[in-house]
Design a protein around this ligand. Structure first.
Ligand code: PGA
Length: 266
């Protein structure tokens, strides 16, 4: 009956019976081709609508370095204005913690300093902003007035340092080591916030990301020391596991960060 209905609406015979076999007529063959094309297009339509739904209501899970937390929430705020119905979970941890997130593949995207060399093959990473590490002191510190201080002269100074596993700590130790200089470490602290407070209180010098001290510079609570070979030039990367199937919203965030790149650097 269905075949009959189809032939009636096409006003053409679509099948012919020869003996016990049924064959497609020329009209039937054309109809078959178009029907296949239509089914394919319907699948595509559904896929596109799902993507759109995903962009409106999807979940985004990102992990950022402790230091990146000074700018990441501002970026997220702008992103959420574009996609107000998405749900974001933000994990803030040090470099070691970020590497674990990448190994466990339990977040969509990671914002970190230099990605680990031993994972280069497994990661897709793009630079999106500079991350200069500067040396800071209390404004009353005798070095605060000097210019171009040779790093060697600072060997006897006590430095407040981040915990082991921090990218900032790793970069600062490497910087001294490459110049065959000793770094005298004082108190170990797990956030840039604590280091800034310690430096203001005169407990020692510190090396922190320039992003973390904007407010203290404006309020003249900290000074950036003019030291040769400083700032240590680092970069921020947006990273995901190679081959990871990013959700539409994660893809949108990836593009958003890279689009923002120029404004952020200026
Ligand atoms: P952090 O920063 O681990 O010192 O917080 C990340 C990085 O600079 O790699």
């Amino acid at each position: 009956m269905q075949i009959k209905q189809l032939e009636d609406s096409a006003h053409l015979p679509l099948f012919e019976r020869l003996g016990k076999k049924i064959y497609l007529t020329a009209g039937g063959k054309i109809l078959l081709e178009f029907a296949k094309e239509m089914i394919h297009n319907l699948d595509k339509l559904e896929e596109n609508l799902d993507q759109l739904k995903g962009l409106k209501t999807g979940k985004l899970s990102i992990a950022v370095a402790t230091t990146a937390n000074y700018f990441a929430p501002h970026l997220l705020a702008t992103f959420i204005k574009i996609y107000p119905d998405i749900l974001v979970s933000l994990h803030v941890t040090n470099r070691k913690g970020l590497i674990h997130h990448l190994e466990d593949n339990d977040v969509d995207l990671v914002i970190m300093g230099q990605p680990p060399e031993e994972m280069t093959e497994e990661l897709h990473a793009k630079i999106f902003m500079q991350n200069p590490l500067v040396m800071i002191a209390a404004p009353s510190h005798p070095f605060a007035m000097r210019k171009n201080i040779p790093l060697k002269e600072l060997q006897d100074q006590i430095f407040l340092v981040r915990e082991r596993g921090s990218g900032t700590r790793h970069a600062m130790e490497r910087h001294f080591k490459e110049r065959e200089l000793l770094l005298s470490t004082g108190m170990e602290m797990s956030t840039d916030e604590a280091i800034k407070q310690g430096v203001q209180a005169g407990l020692g010098l510190g090396i922190v990301s320039r992003h973390s001290i904007q407010m203290e510079l404006e309020m003249n609570k900290l000074s950036i020391l003019s030291v040769k070979s400083f700032p240590i030039v680092r970069h921020w990367f947006i990273v995901h596991r190679e081959g990871k199937c990013l959700s539409p919203i994660a893809q949108a965030f990836w593009k958003f960060i890279l689009n923002q790149s120029e404004q952020l650097t200026s």
